[in-house]
Design a binder for this molecule. Structure first.
Ligand code: OAD
Length: 248
């Protein structure tokens, strides 16, 4: 594990950064790991056991919608049984007392930030609890007991999970807003993401280029670790409550 650049909250630069009024946080699968939801990469990652090309792209869905839905039902079951953890809760509290200056962007589709109390969450990769019709484009909220092998829309078309698959573009408004926020913030927190999937992985570096203080929280180093002003090589559920206290 690389040496931490700063683990001491006594560092005045860190204190100053945490007192900033414009904070943006980008989260990835790692923040939900402590809720028991597996990450995608790493030793125990989902992509070690499952093949993304069979489960998370549009051609795969057209070829075998039953299999893809089975995979999403499996994930919905896991997510539905999970609870937000201390990391999710700390971010919700941070936003709650920030008077509009704290923005949360997530690559996660699990909805745990919202269940912890975060609002206006920018979901770059969609939400696993929503379905979208392949024929008419209608969207609807789904539930864990949406049991049909391939759920159908009122128009008769096949529904798909309303998430972003490999090779698909991200929701335009969410992405545009994220880039603006990254350019304008004073502090950018990158939490629990391997920082390898674009375009989300660009956001921390964009913020840094525009003068933000970049803080990374991840037990493992990532491609952006060397660019961070402060690295916390530890679980988000341990670090975020401490940063929240220090930011008060
Ligand atoms: P990854 O699975 O790529 O990375 C998860 C990161 O979380 C890793 O760097 C871990 O070291 C870290 N991690 C693990 N436990 C942690 C903890 N307790 N606290 C903090 N960090 C922890 O997940 P993402 O970066 O979110 O896309 O992956 C990006 C995208 O790739 C996902 O949104 C998904 C996937 O394919 C789509 O489905 C479109």
């Amino acid at each position: 594990m690389p040496p931490a650049k700063a683990l001491s909250l006594d560092d005045p630069r860190l204190r100053r950064a945490l007192a900033s009024r414009h904070v943006v946080c980008l989260t990835g699968a790692g923040i939900s790991a402590e809720s028991g939801i597996p990450t995608f990469r790493g030793a125990e990652g989902l992509w070690k056991r499952f093949r993304p090309e069979e489960l998370a792209n549009f051609e795969a869905f057209l070829a075998n919608p039953e299999l893809v839905w089975e995979w999403y039902r499996f994930r919905r079951d896991k997510i539905g049984a999970a609870l937000p953890n201390a990391g999710h809760r700390a971010l919700a509290s941070w936003q709650g007392r920030s008077e509009g200056g704290f923005h949360l962007i997530t690559q996660n589709v699990d909805g745990l930030h919202q269940r912890a109390g975060s609002t206006d969450v920018i979901e770059l990769h969609g939400n696993i609890w929503n379905d979208r019709c392949l024929e008419c484009g209608a969207r609807r909220a789904s539930t864990a007991d949406d049991a049909a092998a391939v759920p159908r829309c009122a128009c008769g078309g096949n529904m798909r999970p309303d998430v972003v698959w490999f090779g698909e573009w991200l929701p335009e408004a969410a992405l545009a807003k994220s880039f603006v926020l990254a350019r304008e913030c004073e502090v950018f927190l990158s939490v629990g993401t391997s920082a390898v999937v674009q375009p989300a992985a660009d956001l921390p570096l964009l913020a840094k280029r525009h003068g933000a203080c970049l803080i990374e929280i991840n037990p493992e180093p990532t491609p952006i670790s060397g660019s961070a002003d402060f690295n916390f090589f530890a679980p988000a559920g341990d670090v975020l409550p401490i940063l929240l206290e220090a930011a008060a």
